[in-house]
Design a protein around this ligand. Sequence first.
Ligand code: GTP
Length: 598
Amino acid sequence: ERQKKIRNFSIIAHIDHGKSTLADRILEYTGALTSREMQEQVLDQMDLERERGITIKLQAVRLAYRADDGEEYLLNLIDTPGHVDFTYEVSRSLAACEGALLVVDAAQGIEAQTLANVYLALDNNLEIIPVINKIDLPSAEPDRVKQEIEDVIGLDASDAVLASAKAGIGIKEILEQVVSKVPAPAGDPDEPLKALIFDSHYDAYKGVIVYVRVVDGSIKAGKKIRFMATGAEFEVIEVGAFKPRMSIVDELAVGDVGFVVAGIKNVKDTRVGDTITDAKRQAAEPLPGYRKINPMVFCGLYPIETQDYNDLREALEKLQLNDASLSFEPESSTALGFGFRCGFLGLLHMEIIQERIEREFNIPLITTAPSVIYKVTLTNGEVLQIDNPSNYPEVGKIEHVEEPYVKAAIIVPNDYVGAIMELCQNKRGEFVNMEYLDLNRVTITYDIPLSEIVYDFFDQLKSSTKGYASFDYELSGYRQSKLVKMDIMLNNEQVDALSVIVHRDRAYQRGRIICEKLKELIPRQMFEVPVQASIGTKVIARETVKAMRKNVLAKCYGGDISRKRKLLEKQKEGKKRMKQVGNVEVPQEAFMAVLKID
Ligand code: GTP
């Protein structure tokens, strides 16, 4: 009976179309929080975090709603992350629901991320409720947007709710549609426990807090549980729901969404997408869709100041507690000293981690250019997995090399088809197919080497389509490629941290561009610095950083002292971001120069 009154849903939207504002309004409307409490809640959380080091993530909120039919319903609103790097997590959050509110801005209409999210929701067989938001705007065109939803997505938009999250219009209608259209959870209370993990976070006091959706059976304190993918077993200490504060409940039953605490020390035991079952009465099969997420992009992180090395390790350890997809191991470089080889889900993930280390832990970093994992087969039959160009074997020992490819699906308006094809071709892409979504939109599919996507693909995609493209990719396997390692020499010394693996046909062009970039980036030194790119012993490109003509201070001789000091300070400021490599000072940007290949 209780199960029939549960509705699990999430909100999907393009960025800025009003997802957070609508979620707040729904919390307010259902009385989960008054607007005053909402502010207090925020303050509370900060206090808590300060006092006890607890991090609270409002990922899933349980709401009570009395509908027009007089019945009281239990609504679980589940949040989703919003970027292609985290598509897998979005997909898991959606798998915990039966329905989704599709929020579309009434002035802007459907945009890139709207589509990407709708497809994920459709993949998970969700009931989609269109909501046209921001109807209060003078530029709102709800009828046009309705038509667009029907034409482009193929959803019936005749019942679309016309809403304004800002003005609080349409909120009740949205909740009524959730109750009447989103199906109650199916699932059998008498079957062995099956609960989907859709998120988790590390809490300093309770250990890992696992966010689950119960599909079959039930879960309560004292029960021995088993994580089906990792095989780890724990005894449940407490279960609860987010109301929105974390509150302990007796039991999570079929259809319920909540959290589980079981003295788990490591987030790695609780992979998103895995199934929790009863250790004593195990489910025969896990829920579908569990996939181990492996890092796809690697780079070296080095502290600029050598003495920050231990702090950097501690920072990475801390970040890893909450992020099972981050990997790292120590590595060293002749040029950069001691650092870590880190693995990430994608470029955004990499940038987030770098930024957090610099900002939250205050450790200035040198980052080397990202690399994918190459499979190198040696002439003696051995196969190596290379994620760092400096470990690339000598040419004579290599039998062949394979690189990872992705299947990339790009959705654009017709006008940009030519631009997209040119871009993909430039990135060594192979055309797979093209399908019309409607008169104005096309899905173009290409097989592209992952390494090419890592090199500024997003930026180029954005600039060549004015941002009006949605892009999604999945790993499609390894293919043999003609790859070579290109080394860079500064002042006749090879700098290991600047080596890259490139396609043979593009080596000359890329070598030339990198040398030109480095020439621009490396400041003049007291002596002339040759910059060379080579493959094996063969130099394929060369530039020269000219020597400084005179001492920079010379022009200040006799001049006023404050100006001289300013100049020295400016130089010192500049130096902070420099790394001494041999006897050449190299700025941080130089290590990323290989990425800028426009
Ligand atoms: P991200 O969290 O960045 O993904 O954005 P979001 O989709 O959650 O959007 P958010 O709720 O932050 O709203 C984006 C902007 O639109 C904010 O400035 C809101 O104040 C504004 N906004 C949201 N809903 C409405 C609305 O109904 N009318 C108007 N005029 N503005 C709105």
